[in-house]
Design a protein around this ligand. Structure first.
Ligand code: ADP
Ligand code: MG
Length: 377
């Protein structure tokens, strides 16, 4: 999954003929002020944090300015923010448009119907999850003919648009669907789509590209907007590694067991901070690499929850013990293990020799690691 920053999404929009305000990306308050002063962005303008987080408007990460000095102040304020754990490093400056309505349109994948779906609502500018269902129109799209004209007319009707605005909507929706299709997106969302006179203009852009189609879109492989530096290293080593907000590290194998482990930690009040899915690894070296990556994320405690199927418990234990010995003592953390399955006894013996006890019960082991994390904090 590649999530594009708003400015990249808007670049794509323009490529497909969807209108957006003219904008420029800057990285400092100085640059913001200079850009506005030189007329590079029209006044009044909007200063927007380029982080992959929703609700920037509410969080003070979208601000308006009418002078270069105001643009500077807005940039300074936004660059000091952290949203969803992401520090703001880039800002998009663009002209402020005078809109009479904020609409919502998106094309997403309806996984139940296995079809793309067009979603529209007259209640734009707020998160779609908060809009009452009866104010949202959904139309499935047959991918062979593509987005039909009647679907566009239905959408216009449900949004209360007529005349030139309805015509504009048809062009926009067809471009949106073309983008979704040709770029292999999972989601293309415009929220809000501003109504300015009789015209529509995309004021926000959320584009998520499907990973499984990455072989067709090498250009997206270069985009790292949504990865932390450690996630980046993990990706290069082909290790499934995700950083979250909490302080407990999770090493598990298989997506199902990994998710279940996060759930059970939450149940006992733990906050998973990073998780690592060893998958079907049967190589102690790979386990060592993964563990060292985990150590760099500085968790307060680590929960190792392994079910040995293809992965043998002793392989994991061996890799882990080797890795533990290379972590400097100042960076060590308590480790709670639960390993079951293939070569379980051998694995448990290797861990025990290194001073780690394996707790066989899932709930008991989760509670133990939550207690360890609490003790350290
Ligand atoms: P988020 O969805 O993260 O809150 P948006 O890009 O949707 O961020 O911006 C929040 C709100 O700011 C929009 O709903 C809209 O009212 C206003 N806004 C954003 N960009 C512009 C713009 N170029 N001109 C006028 N208003 C804007
Ligand atoms: Mg928005």
């Amino acid at each position: 999954m590649v999530k594009l920053a708003e400015w990249r999404g808007k670049e794509l929009f323009r490529k497909y003929g969807i209108a957006t305000p003219k904008g420029t990306v800057v990285r400092s308050a100085d640059e913001a002020e200079r850009l506005v002063r030189s007329g590079g962005v029209p006044l009044p303008c909007v200063v927007k944090a380029q982080v992959l987080a929703g609700g920037r408007g509410k969080g003070g990460a979208v601000r308006f300015a009418t002078t270069p000095e105001e643009a500077r102040a807005a940039a300074e304020a936004i660059l000091s923010l952290t949203l969803d754990g992401q520090p703001v490093r880039e800002l998009l400056l663009e002209g402020k448009v005078n809109l009479s309505r904020e609409l919502y349109v998106s094309v997403a994948l309806d996984r139940t119907a296995r079809l793309p779906i067009l979603i529209t609502s007259g209640q734009g500018g707020v998160e779609i999850e908060t809009v009452p269902d009866e104010q949202i129109a959904r139309q499935r799209i047959d991918p062979f003919p593509g987005l039909a004209l009647y679907a566009c007319r239905n959408a216009a009707r449900s949004l209360g648009l007529s005349g030139a605005a309805a015509g504009d909507l048809t062009g926009l929706l067809r471009a949106l669907y073309r983008l979704f299709d040709q770029e292999d997106a999972e989601l293309v969302e415009i929220n809000p789509l501003g109504l300015v006179g009789e015209h529509l203009i995309a004021l926000d852009a959320k584009v998520i590209i499907e990973d499984d189609a990455s072989f067709r879109h090498r250009e997206y492989a270069e985009i790292r907007d949504d990865r932390t530096p450690l996630e980046e290293i993990a990706r290069e080593k082909e290790i499934a590694f995700v950083q979250l907000e909490g302080n407990i590290g999770v090493i598990a194998n298989g997506a199902g067991l990994t998710m279940a482990t996060l759930d059970v930690l939450k149940e006992f009040g733990g906050e998973p901070g990073v998780f690592l899915d060893l998958g079907g690894t049967d190589d102690p070296k790979k386990v060592t690499e993964a563990f060292l990556l985990m150590a760099q994320a500085r968790p307060k405690a680590v929960f190792l929850n392994i079910f040995g199927g293809v992965t043998r418990c002793d392989t994991v234990a061996k890799g882990l013990v080797e890795a533990m010995q290379t972590v400097p003592s100042s960076e060590r953390f308590p480790l709670v293990a639960r390993i079951r399955g293939n070569n379980e006894a051998e694995g448990i013996a290797i861990l025990r020799a290194a001073g780690v006890t394996s707790v066989p019960d899932l709930r008991a082991s989760a509670q133990a690691v939550v207690a360890e994390a609490g003790r350290v904090a």
